[in-house]
Design a protein around this ligand. Structure first.
Ligand SMILES: NC(=O)c1ccc[n+]([C@@H]2O[C@H](COP(=O)([O-])OP(=O)(O)OC[C@H]3O[C@@H](n4cnc5c(N)ncnc54)[C@H](OP(=O)(O)O)[C@@H]3O)[C@@H](O)[C@H]2O)c1
Length: 217
């Protein structure tokens, strides 16, 4: 299987790329800083140089062409509302358009719990981010693609447990990026899970079992 990751240099994207390479998949992805080429080469990835803000759907489609699936794990990461619109908003819109131009059906999107931290008083930038993420969830769900929207709880860098809670509705807690990446890799290889919004938290179910359970809901 060949997978194109938008956000391949990110904490989730790079973990996912490494897992996929280890299981024998082909991986490509967009990187925007020349010195990231070495990091990608260290796990056998050439990568496609480009910035999501300036690229257009046609250029992105050319980069993606021949892939079996797209994973979108990019994010502006608190760089301000303008970048949130450019990456978490328009970056997804462009990637959906590019997938269609390149005739790639399968599209996995990292999103967020819309009710994340409702018990806290979050700032305007965070509320705007949540609104943009929800908007793009809707856009992907109406795209006609073979999509999955994966909403992880608050991300942690601790070592993955290999076990999770996965379902259409979960309580927002925490989850390790290792476990998010391993869940994405398993979902990519489980085509029967399609057109579902799935919420992901730390938990006790082994990842293959948790993903397999999503084939019958
Ligand atoms: N933080 C949380 O608790 C949390 C919770 C739920 C969901 N999420 C979601 O998780 C996802 C990312 O997680 P992460 O930890 O992997 O984030 P990350 O490490 O910040 O990765 C973000 C990726 O996006 C790329 N990117 C940003 N701007 C770009 C541009 N203009 N052109 C090309 N690539 C660009 C980054 O590239 P560079 O390496 O060049 O910067 C990087 O590869 C986001 O979708 C976020 O909304 C986060």
């Amino acid at each position: 299987m060949k997978i194109f990751i938008v956000g391949v240099t990110g904490k989730i994207g790079f973990r996912l790329a490494r897992i996929l390479k280890e299981r024998g998949d082909e991986v490509d992805g967009l990187y925007r800083q020349p010195d990231q080429a070495g990091m990608l080469a260290s796990i056998g990835i050439t990568g496609t140089f480009g910035d999501l803000v300036s690229t257009d759907p046609q250029q992105l489609a050319e980069a993606m062409r021949g892939s079996d699936a797209i994973v979108f794990s990019a994010g502006a990461g608190g760089a301000g509302s303008e970048m949130t619109e450019a990456i978490d908003g328009n970056g997804i819109t462009k990637s959906i358009a590019a997938a269609k131009l390149a005739s790639i059906k399968r599209f996995l999107l990292i999103s967020v719990f819309p009710e994340a931290w409702r018990e806290r008083h979050m700032d305007e930038g965070f509320e705007h981010y949540i609104m943009v993420k929800k908007r793009t969830d809707i856009e992907l769900s109406q795209s006609g693609l073979d999509w999955i929207i994966l909403r992880p709880s608050a991300l942690e860098d601790k070592t993955g447990a290999g076990t999770i809670n996965l379902g259409v509705a979960q309580i927002h807690t925490e989850v390790s990026r290792d476990d998010v990446a391993a869940t994405l890799a398993t979902l990519l290889h489980t085509p029967a899970v399609s057109r579902k919004i799935l919420e992901l938290t730390e938990g006790n179910t082994p990842i293959p079992e948790a993903v397999n359970a999503m084939t019958i809901i």
